[in-house]
Design a protein around this ligand. Structure first.
Ligand code: HEM
Length: 387
């Protein structure tokens, strides 16, 4: 029989991770994956332990995909350095900052204008809606709207290609390098134009971030802050289109949309792992990890752990347990979680309010794909009549 670790290829994990992760939780909760050159940690308690101990599991990994693709940034550092930059960069992403203003004053109108521009007949909702909505939202909050949605999306795609390059394919690394350079140049130009507006970038500068810190961390935001809300919007819409029972529950009590968004984030975990490096020899769940080994805390698997959740594979709008780990659990908990949740919630609400007859196109099978970044590849729909 093939040892379990040998089955853990990127290809297999990207196509259908859940059966493999369930086997890992049951048989080898801390498992070496030779193809990925790292340990996979799959039970909730162990994922939580890795996240809670940055002194044992550092984010400043060596080598680092993140530092290579983005330059040193908050996700390649540990407390206390991390604390300073997060304190500078978090406020614009909170309800009381630029994101709050954006969500109440601009987001519904942005969603509506995209919906009004949908083509007639069949179309892919990911490219016509989820993608532009998340790219334009982040561009408006950061103060990068002058570059246009297409360029924002290309930057995101280019960076993510390299960030998910666990097997170190040199062609994918070259895509990342080109994107890093192009985006760095555009951000330097943006900074040269001045920072006296209400954008998040101007906030960072006015609160003490250096140009290099702004550039590298905005690269991080573009790689993480577009792809994930995009996948979140696609997944929530897909669930609602395939589960009329959930849709009816939400129509009867619209406050449940917030619960659906949380359950979808838990069940699908658009970001699969938090990757760290052991700083010392350490035992985890009875397995010896050596100093220097890379360790992926598999957030997706923690979110499905049968020992932590009741009926983990079901969407339960009245679930009492929480929180989930889709935005991570430790010092690097997602900086944009408030904004990301709002994009997904408002994006889905506006879509169903304006297009009550939205339907999946039965000629296109929906393929949910990816491990480090997971979401529908495409979501073909027909709009039906507008309300
Ligand atoms: C809505 C879907 C989103 C999901 C599921 C998500 C998930 C995550 C996760 C799991 C992490 C931790 C990664 C790790 O520890 O290795 C993270 C970090 C981060 N996210 Fe998000 N994210 C989302 C949206 C956003 C948005 C909209 C932004 C916009 C700026 C953003 C910016 C960041 C940043 C800057 C970090 C690094 C925080 C740090 O290192 O301290 N994310 N995100």
């Amino acid at each position: 029989m093939i040892p379990l670790g040998e089955l853990l290829t990127m290809e297999a994990l990207e196509a259908d991770p859940d059966p493999l992760l369930a086997r890992l939780r049951a048989e080898a909760p801390v498992c070496w994956a030779p193809a990925l050159d790292m340990w996979l940690v799959t039970r909730w308690d162990d994922v939580e332990y890795v996240e809670a101990h940055p002194e044992l599991f550092t984010a400043a990994t060596e080598p680092s995909f993140l530092a290579r693709t983005l330059g040193q940034n908050m996700l390649t550092s540990d407390p206390p350095e991390l604390t300073r930059i997060r304190e500078i960069m978090l406020p614009p992403f909170r309800a009381g900052g630029r994101s709050g203003e954006f969500v109440s004053a601009e987001l519904p109108g942005l969603a509506d204008s995209l919906i009004d521009g949908f083509p007639t007949g069949k179309f892919d909702l990911m490219t016509q809606y989820a993608q532009p909505l998340s790219a334009q939202s982040l561009a408006l909050v950061l103060g990068l709207d002058e570059f246009g949605f297409d360029r924002m999306w290309k930057w995101c795609e280019g960076l993510c290609t390299d960030l998910a390059n666990f097997e170190n394919d040199p062609e994918l690394a070259a895509v990342g390098e080109r994107t890093k350079h192009d985006l760095g140049k555009a951000l330097a130009e943006r900074l040269a134009q001045g920072t006296d507006d209400d954008s998040a970038i101007s906030w960072f500068v006015r609160h003490g971030a250096s140009a290099e810190e702004v550039i590298n961390n905005v690269r991080l935001m573009i790689s993480g802050g577009i792809n994930e809300p995009r996948d979140g919007i696609g997944l929530v819409v897909w669930v609602l289109l395939t589960r009329p029972d959930l849709r009816a529950e939400i129509e009867a009590d619209p406050r449940l949309m917030r619960r659906l968004v949380e359950e979808v984030f838990r069940l699908f975990s658009p970001v699969g792992t938090a990757t760290r490096q052991a700083t010392a020899d350490v035992q985890l769940a009875g397995t010896q990890i050596r100093a220097g080994d890379l360790v992926a805390a598999v957030l997706r698997s923690a979110n499905l752990d049968e020992d932590h959740w009741l009926a983990p594979t079901e969407i339960d709008l009245h679930r009492k347990q929480g929180p989930h780990a889709a935005f991570a659990l430790g010092a690097h908990r997602c900086l944009g979680e408030w904004l990301g949740r709002q994009e997904v919630k408002v994006g889905a609400e506006r879509l169903f309010a304006k297009l009550p007859n939205l339907r999946l196109d039965s000629n296109h099978k929906v393929e949910v794909y990816g491990f480090e970044f997971r979401g529908p590849r495409e979501l073909w729909v027909t709009a039906g009549g507008r309300s």
